[in-house]
Design a protein around this ligand. Sequence first.
Ligand code: UDX
Ligand code: UDX
Ligand code: ADP
Length: 469
Amino acid sequence: IQKVIKKICCIGAGYVGGPTMAIIAQKCPEIEITVVDLNQKRIDQWNDTDVSNIPIYEPGLSDVVAEARGRNLFFDTDIDKAIDESDMIFISVNTPTKTYGKGKGMAADLKYIELCARQIARVAKSDKIVVEKSTLPVRTAQALKNILDHTGNDVNFEILSNPEFLAEGTAVSDLTNPDRVLIGGQQETEKGKQAVEALVSIYANWVPKDKILTTNLWSSELSKLTANAFLAQRVSSINAMSELCEITGANVDEVAKAIGMDSRIGPKFLKSSVGFGGSCFQKDILNLVYIAKSYGLNEVADYWEQVILMNDHQKRRFAHNIVKTLYNTVSDKKIAFLGWAFKKDTNDTRESPAIYVAEELLLEQAKISVWDPKVKDAQVYTDINTLGSIEADEVDNKLQVAKDPYEACKNSHAIAVLTEWEEFNTYDWQRIYDNMHKPAFVFDGRGVLDKNKLQEIGFVYYRIGEGGV
Ligand code: UDX
Ligand code: UDX
Ligand code: ADP
């Protein structure tokens, strides 16, 4: 086992692998890093001479890539070569929810992970440290080790778990200045300890030692699922209160502020919304629920499942409130969507609440016009068509992506805010109002618009979690 890592290979050039490796490369110029992927187009985008065309939009990321790319950061599709030459291999491939067979809709699909393990075993001719970067079910490291040891070329593999806690939209600052770095390994063996030390010393180049936490493998794997479950639970908890606020005349932002000042609760992650989205929360909780069930822990499973059920309810409730308010029919009415991404400062739309709100409204025969500052037109159509619940020509007919916010809102009956993009507050709201049907409704699913200003202009303004006066 190499104590000083000279070459790293990262399998998977996605939202996790790309930014993580870019930062390691920036902070450790003496380590050569190759990020590989099966997807030629994605690799080409990472290599685009115009660095603003890299496939993932994250504030500050293109500067980091510009600095390191070609120096000690490389993107390639030759996976075998990168594995062969490396001392340490990060696995950052996707682990979507299974769409078939046992555990369908719940369990993590580990086929991409297993393919990586088999490829590493086949190719490796020297000892390797294999790092799980993707979020995985607890005890996956065991399966990895079995495959590597039984199909490999008699070289030594040490498995580490090093889950990534970065959030999208803040990837660069999260990676540069993490709350903690978690490294799980087999501390009870000498080689296991050395492997942990090798990874610790990489992070120690920029992360203070007291923020680098080392644990056993299973704690590390489980902590990642637990962290996401707790975060999602906070959102579902405040969203549950938002519904009660709306009925009782309380204001969810005031409630959140009041409870957040209790240092035991803390102020962060208490923003009520139209629901959480993103690739992680739902997938990881479903996975946690599945794991609990598979050990017969039904109460544990049911407890966490409520977080998802509440979230589904919040999205549906938002859509139904629009229909109800628009006199119980939205058929052929135009509704403008401000925002499609699952949160601001990202072009990612995976599990975005906007998709599900749009689905409900399209099923009510509404026309939807979408404006999002970063999401590409085709992505919006793909997201809806992937649901499979609405006929393709109906989608073409009713769903439109606008060139700018004014076009999206023109002649609409209502505006729905689905993402908390800051630019929404800079629009000429008088102009938007003048071009809408009256009464002009705004449904603010993120609680971000200037209520007083909009009401002065004449909008009928509804904000998630705010009771009617
Ligand atoms: C609680 C609230 O903390 C307080 O703000 C409110 O005004 C009244 O209710 P109290 O019931 O006195 O106060 O005690 P608290 O320290 O909150 O503990 C409540 C229970 O939770 C205890 O049985 C405690 O042992 C348990 N607990 C608390 C845990 O099991 N684990 C913890 O991490 C914290
Ligand atoms: C999350 C975790 O934060 C991160 O640590 C983990 O590595 C991956 O999953 P991410 O999905 O990128 O990151 O975004 P996050 O900022 O956590 O937001 C998730 C969703 O919750 C978004 O849809 C966001 O709008 C929503 N949210 C978040 C709220 O509705 N209210 C809040 O207070 C916080
Ligand atoms: P994440 O959010 O976990 O980073 P992404 O879907 O953004 O997930 O990225 C995962 C990447 O892993 C994709 O670009 C995919 O093509 C790549 N990938 C999946 N399986 C393999 C494999 N066996 N070898 C190489 N790359 C893979």
